[in-house]
Design a protein around this ligand. Structure first.
Ligand code: ZN
Length: 298
């Protein structure tokens, strides 16, 4: 019978979701008014409501260009899987932006292992079955259905251990991401940049449409009470310590670990947790692998 105070998506915040994983949570045109949210656990009753102060966290970082070099890994190592991503031969990136041309991710047999990144976009029509995992106002936080159930179970277990996971951002549609991306392009054009420059600058702040795990419904940005944004010092909290010890039991992994930048090409994000399923999560945890290593992606 717990409820947690949560942040809301209505904040005028560009989620500081790492160097290249940054995505606006909502429309910049939204009024920057404090908002409240209540996150409901699977057991469901309100206990706490917290008012979010208006926090603006616009992070602009330089995009690191991912290496396009692909190497074939030896099969003599311990990598076991599986659905190595490949571009969809029958599909191309659905959006026409100069200089932006990710391959279209193949949807593997196990959809929870889909690989989404700056270089692999979700198919334009990708629409996971969603389920609300956090009741909040004005917008419910959703994840893909199985991931949402596991998230709720994880939340309850963490809370029982004295760690209150505050969900910050879950599913975001590709359409919404495109809208945000297009708006940022227009802002840059209005500032005098050429269209190509405007696109490039936008891509330094926001992942292009389809390139975020949040649009697959498989990622949750997690904070804790008192944090009104995703913050790197989340790593010092008991919530992070609990996640580090137990998230794999619920199928979640820390997607962009501090020591894996060379593989992920995304700077450390202690708040971004990805659902991959319990089996794969436990294997990755035991081996100390990030998703790229587990999937055998160079
Ligand atoms: Zn995230």
């Amino acid at each position: 019978m717990k409820k947690i105070g949560a942040l809301v998506l209505l904040m005028l915040v560009f989620s500081s979701c790492g160097a290249a994983e940054i995505e606006p949570e909502t429309t910049p045109a939204a009024t920057a008014s404090p908002a409240t949210a209540m996150a409901t656990t699977s057991t469901g009753t309100a206990a706490t409501t917290t008012t979010a102060t208006t926090t603006t966290a616009i992070t602009t970082t330089t995009r690191t260009t991912a290496s396009t070099t692909s190497t074939t890994t030896s099969t003599t190592n311990t990598t076991t899987t599986t659905q190595r991503p490949s571009s969809n031969p029958s599909g191309a990136y659905a959006y026409d932006y100069p200089g932006i041309a990710p391959a279209v991710a193949a949807v593997p047999g196990d959809p929870y292992l889909i690989y989404v990144s700056r270089d692999y976009a979700l198919p334009a029509n990708y629409s996971p079955a969603l389920e609300v995992c956090v009741e909040s106002y004005p917008e419910k936080i959703q994840m893909e259905a199985a991931a949402a159930k596991q998230y709720k179970a994880m939340y309850d277990a963490a809370l029982a251990a004295g760690a209150e996971l505050v969900p910050y951002s879950g599913y975001r549609s590709i359409a919404r991401q495109k809208s945000n991306f297009d708006r940022l392009i227009q802002t840059n054009v209005d500032r005098g940049h050429s269209y190509a420059e405007a696109v490039n600058l936008a891509a330094q702040e926001i992942l292009p449409p389809g390139c975020s795990e949040h649009s697959a419904g498989l990622a949750m940005d997690i904070t804790r009470p008192g944090y009104w944004d995703t913050r790197e010092d989340f790593e010092t909290t008991k919530e992070f310590a609990w996640l580090t010890a137990h998230a794999q039991e619920y199928g979640f992994i820390l997607r962009y670990p501090k020591d894996k930048f060379a593989r992920t090409q995304i700077t450390y994000e202690p708040w971004h947790w990805r659902y991959v399923g319990v089996g794969p999560a436990k294997v990755m945890k035991a081996r100390g692998q990030c998703l790229e290593e587990y999937l055998g992606i160079a």
